[in-house]
Ligand binder design. Structure first.
Ligand SMILES: [Zn+2]
Ligand SMILES: [Zn+2]
Length: 82
């Protein structure tokens, strides 16, 4: 059984990678199905089984909007008080 994280070749009965400790087979917390090793989602009910791997290229960088809104909010606040 190969570790999805470090590709270490564990025993077939292994539930955790002996090299990095990654859980190889986690039962679905929702329906109890045993997914295949390395599965990110339960194939029976769609529950996420592990944290998604970081994918920096899928999402475009968010514009620094909050700095603008903070300034606007402060100005509005000042106007309200005056
Ligand atoms: Zn591993
Ligand atoms: Zn499930």
């Amino acid at each position: 059984m190969q570790c999805p994280q470090c590709q270490h070749d564990n025993r077939e009965s292994a539930r955790f990678c002996e090299a990095c400790g990654t859980a190889l087979v986690l039962p679905c917390p929702t329906c109890g199905t045993q997914p295949r090793p390395g599965a990110a989602f339960c194939d029976a009910c769609g529950t996420r089984l592990r944290e998604p791997l970081p994918a920096p290229s899928t999402a475009p960088p968010a514009p620094p909007r909050h700095r603008n809104s903070t300034t606007r909010g402060a100005a509005r606040h000042r106007a309200w008080r005056a």
